[in-house]
Design a protein around this ligand. Structure first.
Ligand SMILES: Cc1ncc(COP(=O)(O)O)c(C=O)c1O
Length: 427
């Protein structure tokens, strides 16, 4: 399927008058329509709720849009909890799914009344040291890791047995028994077995396993399983050759498992999700400009963005489609490496990619950067984080995070002289 940017070249030229490249831009209309499709696909389930994985796009303007579409916040850290609070998500509108959790993070989650998802059986005692004995919250969720490989048919999707997250089968049963003894009344189950699954079969298969576990937990411990969190993992077609997921088919697949497994067992659980990529990735672009052309053993195009703005290609060799704005995709082509300016040879947005012939000054749109894009940014080589913009439903553009300046970079040094290095104009 052809990937078409949600902004035109004319819009980019207009935006450039106020905001220089590089920047991330998000599409409000696309975000809202997609969230509505998800809610529609799970409308059969009373209590369904998407807790947007804040780590994917930790920006309160984006979180606010999703809140208006009925989504809560899935937080993994102290600061993400503060972000959730900043948009008015507290109490049961927050799932706190973290691991290796510092005590102050649990303290804030407790203060906000978030639903706490325990990653490990030892976290029961750890949490109780904070709440005081006998004072655990009424509602607790536990994260399950079945071990082994997660496969759909003959396709191995991921390797939970090698993942640091969650409790074993034996541990989770023991954990619910302990929690019951300690007075916890309401329970949930959570599991995340495979990432970026471009398959309609992932959620239904995960649901099958978690629903069976819910029945077993009810029988063996008497725990009342009130929600089942299928977590993240629904993927998107980064490569145009991939077939996109159909969320209506996914919702129907989960419903079938629900009716086959939970209904006969008399369990009426709410379904929760904590999707990040599926909610945001396609609705974000990293916009950058070609600034250098270099001809050595290969043809290089140097752009003004780098891996600090989008780490996925450097980190995972991930494919991100690139559109050269204003160029005919069926016209003359060249094979390029598209690079950033970091002193790291993996700072490449594309390697040996056939693209329309690129001229200096051309705008390049890097697709599907709306999730785990800006948020994975870093400051290597003293690079500064870019701005984030929102293309609003009425077509206007709003700055939702300004670009960092050298003053931001220097702000955390307590070093005499550091202040004089920052020019007034940089503040
Ligand atoms: C606990 C948890 N939930 C949800 C997500 C979101 O995953 P995705 O963006 O793949 O949907 C993640 C991603 O790392 C996660 O760790």
């Amino acid at each position: 399927m052809k990937k078409t940017p949600f902004v035109t070249l004319e819009q980019l030229k207009d935006i450039e008058k106020t905001y220089p490249t590089p920047y991330h831009i998000y599409d409000e209309k696309g975000i809202r329509e997609n969230a509505r499709r998800l809610n529609e696909a799970f409308a059969w389930n009373k209590g369904f709720k998407e807790y947007f994985a804040v780590k994917a796009t930790p920006n309160p303007y984006i979180m606010q849009i999703l809140k208006e579409e009925g989504c809560g916040s899935d937080c993994s850290s102290y600061t993400e909890l503060l972000l959730a609070e900043s948009v008015g998500n507290t109490g049961r509108d927050i799932m706190f799914s973290s691991n290796c959790t510092p005590p102050e993070d649990f303290e804030l989650a407790l203060k906000l009344g978030a639903i706490i998802n325990l990653d490990d059986i030892t976290h029961i005692d750890f949490l109780e040291k904070i709440t005081g004995e006998g004072n655990l919250p009424d509602t607790i969720c536990c994260r399950y890791n079945p071990g082994g490989y997660f496969a759909l048919g003959t396709d191995i999707m991921d390797n939970p047995g090698d993942a640091k997250y969650g409790m074993t089968h034996e541990q989770i049963i023991e954990a619910y028994k302990i929690l019951m003894r300690k007075g916890v009344k309401h329970f949930g189950i959570h599991s995340f077995l495979a990432s970026n699954t471009v398959s309609n079969a992932y959620y239904p298969e995960l649901a099958r396993q978690l629903f069976a576990l819910a029945v077993e937990l009810k029988e063996k411990t008497g725990a009342s399983i009130e929600f089942i969190n299928l977590s993240g993992g629904i993927g998107i077609p980064y490569n145009p050759h991939q077939t996109p997921n159909d969320i209506a088919v996914i919702g129907e697949g989960v419903r079938r498992q629900y009716n086959e497994i939970l209904v006969p067992a008399g369990i009426e659980a709410a379904i929760f999700t904590e999707l990040g990529r599926y909610m945001l990735a396609p609705y974000g672009h990293l916009v950058t400009k070609a600034v250098h052309r270099k001809e050595t053993y290969k043809h290089y195009i140097g752009v003004d963005a780098c891996a600090c703005n989008l780490m996925r290609p450097a980190m995972y060799g991930a494919y991100h489609h690139i559109t050269v704005m204003g160029k005919d995709e069926d016209g003359e082509k060249m094979v390029y490496d598209v690079t950033g300016s970091l002193c790291e040879n993996n700072d490449k947005f594309a390697i040996d990619r056939e693209l329309p012939v690129i001229d200096i000054g051309d705008f390049l749109v890097i697709h599907d950067t709306g999730a785990h894009g800006f948020s994975m940014g870093y400051n290597y080589n003293g690079k500064l984080r870019s701005a984030e913009l929102l293309l609003q439903e009425d077509g206007s553009v709003k700055l939702i995070r300004r670009a960092e300046t050298p003053a931001d970079y220097f702000a955390t040094f307590d070093f005499e002289g550091a202040s004089i290095k920052v020019k007034d104009s940089d503040e």
